[in-house]
Ligand binder design. Structure first.
Ligand code: GLA
Length: 406
């Protein structure tokens, strides 16, 4: 990084506990005071991670997704700053960075976790907003690197904080695309729009049915408690293997298949036209990629119908079929997640699937609420037998999207 001190992104290491102590909101607020000379923040904002119930690798194909927000959130305590540099402390990183307008004007100047913050400033400014300079302190309960969208939670919390502090005229429906731009064009990660939409637009007790082409959303009631059910999230703790490169490769394969089929995106191939489309493609791998996306879109639509009908347990086979499709056709699973799915099913889950981009990360299992602990311990036992790193499990109910909390 080059430039005068005024335009250089600086980093200072600060102390951070190995295991954060206390509620996340208090940690962000206390961190703010410690880092910024005993001051109080002007406000506190929070945005959640997500699990995707179904609809994987469909978002960048203009398709359908059905995520819901986690109760775990990233919290930003912030105050406007009279100077010219944004200063950001992160509990997880144990570091404080600062960056000026020039850094925020040029993707690549701020790197690492700070890129997700500077990227939001950049995307807002690119969209013509007068972004307030601010001091921020960030703490999070969203597990990192587990496929639960910790980066979208960070972008969404920062975006919501800056939009409020600056009283920016920014409708909720326009916010996910800006957060996605921060990630795509500043941080350089070619993700779709699902995670940012979930973090910003989800509502408690609902899954978010999103049409990634029109960006129309429908809040679909998903009351697990009333049905005596639970979603068990099992973090495979598998190391991510080449996730970035493989994600980009899947995306490229889908885009080239759409071009070969003469459609704007694979969303335009429906299940009844799948065989005809497959017959037009020479490459067996590409055919399997297309089959995953087309059948996955259909599974999302069927899941939404079942949820509307209140037939929650019946979505189980769709979840399991989604997993098989990711394993066999899209080839994005790893032995740890396959084992978690198989074991959860053997232990009585109605359905189970990997959630998120793949190559590690989490599995979700739909279980009777009373069976959640047994399923979790059965998976842990089967991991131990295979010599895998121990998984971690927790149950979740759908939470709300980004908001001001203080
Ligand atoms: C990651 C990306 C999302 C989406 C999923 C796969 O989470 O950030 O945009 O593509 O993978 O469904």
């Amino acid at each position: 990084m080059t430039g005068t001190p005024d335009t250089t992104h600086r980093q200072t290491t600060t102390s951070h506990p190995d295991r954060p102590v206390g509620p996340v909101t208090e940690r962000a607020t206390a961190g703010f005071s410690t880092e910024y000379g005993g001051e109080r923040p002007a406000g506190v904002w929070a945005a959640p991670g997500r699990v995707n119930l179904i609809g994987e690798h469909t978002d960048y194909n203009d398709g359908f997704v059905l995520p819901f927000a986690l109760p775990q959130r990233t919290v930003v305590a912030a105050a406007p700053e009279r100077g010219r540099r944004w200063t950001v402390w992160s509990e997880q990183a144990g570091a404080r960075i600062s960056f000026g307008r020039a850094d925020a004007a040029e993707p690549g100047r701020v790197t690492g976790w700070g890129a997700y913050v500077a990227g939001v400033v950049w995307a807002l400014r690119e969209a013509g907003h007068d972004v307030p300079v601010a001091r921020l302190a960030i703490a999070s309960d969203v597990p990192l690197g587990a496929g639960l969208s910790s980066s979208a939670a960070l972008e969404s919390a920062v975006l919501t904080a800056l939009a409020d502090l600056g009283e920016l005229d920014l409708p909720l429906a326009d916010r996910p695309a800006l957060a996605q731009r921060a990630e795509n064009d500043y941080a350089g990660v070619p993700c779709g729009i699902m995670d940012q939409s979930a973090s910003l637009r989800c509502r408690p007790g609902h899954a978010l049915f999103l049409d990634c082409r029109t960006l129309a959303v429908e809040q679909v009631p998903f009351d697990l408690d009333a049905a005596g059910l639970a979603i068990l999230v099992i973090d495979s703790n598998a190391p991510h293997r080449h996730a970035g490169g493989e994600y980009a490769a899947r995306r490229a394969a889908c885009e080239s298949a759409a071009a070969a089929l003469g459609v704007p995106a694979l969303r335009d191939v429906t299940v009844d036209r799948l065989d005809a489309a497959l017959a037009q493609l020479d490459d067996e791998t590409v055919r399997r990629r297309v089959r995953h996306v087309v059948t996955e879109n259909q599974r999302v639509l069927e899941t939404v119908e079942l949820l509307h009908a209140g037939r929650l347990a019946e979505i189980g086979p769709l979840l399991t079929a989604s997993h098989a499709s990711m394993r066999d056709d899209f080839e994005i699973t790893v032995p740890e997640v396959d084992t978690a799915v198989e074991t959860a099913l053997t232990a009585g889950a109605y359905g189970a699937r990997m959630t998120g981009g793949g190559f590690g990360g989490c599995v979700l299992a739909l279980v009777d609420a009373a069976a959640a602990e047994t399923v979790a311990s059965t998976v842990a036992e089967s991991y131990a037998r295979r010599g895998f790193r121990a998984p971690s499990s927790f149950t979740v109910t759908p939470g709300g999207g980004a908001e001001r909390i203080g």
